[in-house]
Design a protein around this ligand. Structure first.
Ligand SMILES: [Mg+2]
Length: 319
């Protein structure tokens, strides 16, 4: 154990240092309180044995200073003194001392005290270990919590999005109209999608779906909620002014067919969509019917677009 000695009497200091060295300790002797303090501040000593009466900074002054210094572990402080009055002991304890050694030094007494010190320092080390593992555990718990929260976010995302196109799924898209009423909605359907699947297989069909989804999403503008609401069917809700929404709805039809979609194998596929557009109609009786009713109106417009040549947007005109 590294032990710091503060003792102004050279003989007494030597006797103590020898005795401690004989017991296998690593001793740093200092001749007064100030130099003991300097040594303590520079290095770590689990045990300080200090004379009480010293010039300048005495033993209790040194003890108070050590106690008020921030340290990682608690240094054990033993006061070396000829004083044996009860009041003196109380004053030393008050200053932060842990134990006393009577002068003149008794070897058996010293050894017994050191055993106590070592036992207490052993407990302290164990406590530090426990503290460390508690800290580690709480860090692990925090990491687990963060992971769970990440997984929950991912699950929420998966529950509301279409895995193929990354657009909102039907349920999540429908729910977008629940808050503030949109200004308009449109439903789009890829023309002759069955023949795309027949010609290019399902992987090719999936590529087309992804590309069309991307085009619809980019032409729909920032204020739109875009969802994949069926196999090759997409829905758009707008929250912008009606005339702007209608313009964007047209842009989608022309934007999708503006250039062929290139598949991974290099094949170019010409694709178009038909769309049904409807200004959002405020619910007449039951507010809950808003989405269903508006969906139906847009769907009917889509049907007309399909029946009248496809590759076009049918706009529902309210009477
Ligand atoms: Mg002295």
């Amino acid at each position: 154990m590294r032990i710091l000695i503060a003792e102004d009497d050279p003989v007494s200091s030597l006797v103590l240092a020898r005795a401690l060295e004989k017991l296998g300790h690593d001793v740093t002797p200092t001749a007064d309180g100030e130099s003991a303090w300097a040594a303590f501040a520079n290095s770590e000593f689990p045990l300080v044995i200090s004379d009480w009466m010293m010039p300048e900074l005495d033993g209790l002054g040194l003890c108070r200073r050590i106690r008020s210094a921030p340290t990682d572990s608690y240094p054990f402080f033993v006061v070396l003194t000829a004083k044996s009055q009860r009041n003196d002991h109380l004053a030393a304890l008050e200053a932060g001392a842990d134990d006393f050694l009577a002068k003149p030094l008794d070897a058996a007494d010293l050894q017994a005290r050191l055993r106590t010190v070592e036992r207490i320092l052993g407990w302290q080390a164990q406590l530090q270990e426990v503290n460390k593992s508690l800290l580690e555990s709480s860090r692990e718990i925090a990491e687990k919590a963060a992971e769970i929260s990440r997984m929950r976010d991912e699950a929420n995302y998966m529950a509301s999005h279409d895995p193929l196109t990354d657009l909102l799924n039907r349920r999540a898209w429908m729910a977008c109209a629940e808050g503030a009423a949109p200004s308009a909605l449109a439903i789009y359907d890829i023309d002759f999608f069955k023949s795309v699947n027949d010609r290019y297989g399902h992987p090719g069909g999936d590529e087309v779906l992804r590309a069309v989804a991307q085009r619809i999403d980019s032409y729909a503008g920032d204020s739109a909620n875009v969802g994949r609401i069926g196999g090759e069917e997409f829905g758009v809700l707008w929250h912008t002014e009606l005339h702007r929404a209608q313009q964007l709805a047209h842009d989608i039809v022309t934007g999708v067919e503006a250039s062929p979609i290139r598949l991974a194998d290099g094949t170019d596929v010409d694709v178009s969509v038909s769309g049904g557009f409807a200004p959002w109609l405020a619910p007449v009786d039951d507010a809950g019917l808003g989405m269903d009713r508006n969906y139906e109106v847009a769907d009917r417009a889509l049907y007309h677009a399909k029946a009248t040549g496809r590759r076009r947007l049918e706009v529902h005109r309210s009477a």
